[in-house]
Design a protein. Structure first.
Length: 267
C-alpha cells in the first residue's frame, strides 16, 4: 500500500478501493467532513474586531438532509473497514452535524470514548443578536475495538494546564485554542482564507500524539488545507490524504514545500 501521498478524487470511491487503502491498515483517522451548513453568501465586511468575515458557502458543503445522513453513514462505514482493530477515529463537527456523526458512528458499531469541546477563544461576534454567540465546535473520538492507543503520559506532558503546584495535569475534554489566525492562516491572493475550515495545528498535534505512535499511519479522508498531513509528517507518522478539490491539493503541495521542504505525491 502506498503511503505519504494524496489521492485526488471522491472520498467514498477511494475509501472503497481496497487496492488504494487495504483492510485494517490504518491506525488513526482524523476527519473534518462537510458540516452541511452552506447555502447563503452571508458576509461581514469592515468588522473592526477580527477583520472581514465570510460565512462558508461552498458547493461541497450543500446536501439535502437525507443525502447528508446517507453520506455520513457511508464514509464512516468505509473508515471502519480500513481501521486496524485497535484504531481510532476523530471527527470534527459542530451543532449542525454532530447528530448525524454520532448516529453514523453508533450504527457502524463504533464506541464513542469522548466528545471533546473546542472552545474558540477568538470566536466571531454574533451578527444577528438573536442567539448566544457560537464559540464552540466538537471533536468526537471513537474506537473500533478494544486495546485502543491512548498515550496518557504524553498528553499530560503537553497539556498547557497545570496543577496548582505546577505539575503535569490530565488533559480534559475541553480544549481552549483560537481559530487559526496570523502566520498559521493560509491566505489566497485576495487576502481571504485559502480554505474556510482550516484547523489549528495544535489540535491535530494532540489528536495524533494521543492515538498513534511513530511509524503508524494516519488517514485524512477530507484533507482540505492539509493540516493533518503536515502534522503527521512532523511527528514521524506515515499518512494518506484524500481530497477532491484540485485547488486545495495545490494548496497542500505548496504548504509541504514551505513547511516541510519536500514535494508530495498526488495520485
Amino acid at each position: 500500500m502506498n503511503l505519504n501521498l494524496i489521492y485526488q478524487g471522491d472520498c467514498l470511491e477511494i475509501l472503497k478501493d481496497k487496492n488504494k487503502i487495504e483492510n485494517e491498515s490504518i491506525n488513526l483517522i482524523y476527519a473534518d467532513p462537510p458540516y452541511n451548513l452552506s447555502g447563503n453568501a452571508l458576509k461581514w465586511e469592515g468588522n473592526k474586531t477580527g477583520g472581514n468575515w465570510y460565512m462558508i458557502n461552498e458547493e461541497w458543503d450543500k446536501m439535502e438532509e437525507s443525502e447528508y445522513e446517507k453520506f455520513t453513514f457511508d464514509w464512516i462505514k468505509e473508515c471502519k473497514r480500513v481501521l486496524k482493530p485497535n484504531g481510532s477515529i476523530y471527527i470534527s463537527c459542530s451543532y449542525h452535524n454532530i447528530g448525524e456523526c454520532v448516529m453514523g458512528l453508533k450504527k457502524n458499531g463504533f464506541k464513542i470514548n469522548n466528545i471533546i469541546t473546542w472552545y474558540k477563544t477568538n470566536a466571531m461576534p454574533n451578527m444577528t443578536k438573536r442567539v448566544f454567540t457560537h464559540s464552540t465546535e466538537f471533536i468526537i473520538w471513537a474506537v473500533k475495538g478494544k486495546k485502543w492507543i491512548f498515550n496518557y503520559e504524553i498528553l499530560k506532558g503537553i497539556n498547557p494546564e497545570k496543577t496548582k503546584d505546577g505539575k503535569p495535569k490530565q488533559m480534559r475534554d475541553m480544549w481552549k485554542m483560537p481559530l487559526v489566525q496570523g502566520k498559521e492562516r493560509i491566505k489566497g491572493e485576495d487576502g481571504r482564507a485559502a480554505h474556510p475550515t482550516q484547523k489549528p495545528k495544535e489540535m491535530l498535534k494532540r489528536i495524533i500524539l494521543a492515538s498513534s505512535n511513530e511509524g503508524d499511519t494516519v488517514l485524512d479522508p477530507f484533507a482540505g488545507s492539509g493540516t493533518t498531513l503536515v502534522v503527521a509528517d512532523e511527528l514521524n507518522r506515515n499518512w494518506i490524504g484524500i481530497e477532491k478539490n484540485e485547488k486545495y491539493i495545490e494548496l497542500i503541495k505548496k504548504r509541504f514545500e514551505k513547511e516541510r521542504k519536500k514535494e508530495i505525491k498526488i495520485k
